[in-house]
Design a protein around this ligand. Sequence first.
Ligand code: COA
Length: 322
Amino acid sequence: MIYSKITGTGSYLPEQILTNADLEEMVDTSDDWIRSRTGIEKRHVARNDETTCDLAEKASRAAMEAAKKNKDDIDLIIVATTTPDLIFPSTACLLQQRLGIRGCPAFDIQAVCTGFVYALHVADLFIKTGNSKCALIVGSETMTRIVDWKDRNTCVLFGDGAGAVILEESKRPGILSTHIHADGAYQELLSVPAGISSDYNLVKSDKAFIKMQGNEVFKVAVNTLGSIVDETLRSNSMSSNEIDWLVPHQANTRIISAMAKKLDMPMDRVVVTVDKHGNTSAASIPLALDVAIQDGRIKENDTLLLPAFGGGFTWGSVLLKY
Ligand code: COA
């Protein structure tokens, strides 16, 4: 049996930090409101000349170094992003060029905050079917570019960053299972209602912003994340006490706590970075993973559950042995 296994992680956060106190100067909000409703204290913001690919490159180089891989070892590149540098080429192709890699397949995945889980699912299939031996999987976002800084409902929530993993062929697990889903019926609750073939004028006038009915999204997210963790445990005949670490998408501490409660997991087995990073969409899970690996909480052979939920709606999870 061939498995795919994470052999290195890396991440990058832009230097500039936006605190809740900074936001108090920009919109009618308060540090207390943001902390109590979201758990967020601060978020990182990319410079104007810093792109999603710039962040992805730094995270990728760190992951390659951690896995002791050089450019000739990488035979697949997938970038999960909602905020690509260009309409085309894909950010994955731009990243491939930056890293000096030539010839291997490289493509983006757009599943908003579930993008990294979708990317791991696809890469796992590439490896299990013998189509890749060593894949570079990245979640990278400059979400602050699609935030309306006048809309207090959304501008307090998002941040920029990137996380990357090297996923290699392995005789032992590795990824135990992946689960991905979507339901396009919820577009009205969460979207950027502008694009290339519709409302392009908004894009041209720099007004392509996130629109969200936060409290409705909240309810669907809690229920859906609850069902995806049930599905994952059921399909592996496991109980939640066999999970060492929950590394969820980082949107809101209340959503994360609700998930932990449903799993009957104490919060000290949950990796939380939303307080320091905000919601970095497809980058949030690989960022959280790298943080907890670097600080020594996640150890070799630990069992990790990575659930995610995002615009689309999309949702999914990965269960793996680190
Ligand atoms: N500061 C102060 N007040 C704010 C505010 C802010 N930044 N944003 C909204 N409010 C106000 C609202 O206007 C509303 O005021 P009103 O009662 O006078 O109308 C009040 O706070 C309550 O708004 P509501 O949206 O019901 O709050 P909430 O408890 O649901 O919290 C979110 C709002 C956005 C934090 C929460 O709904 C959430 O996290 N939703 C999920 C969002 C998400 O994760 N999206 C990405 C999915 S991957």
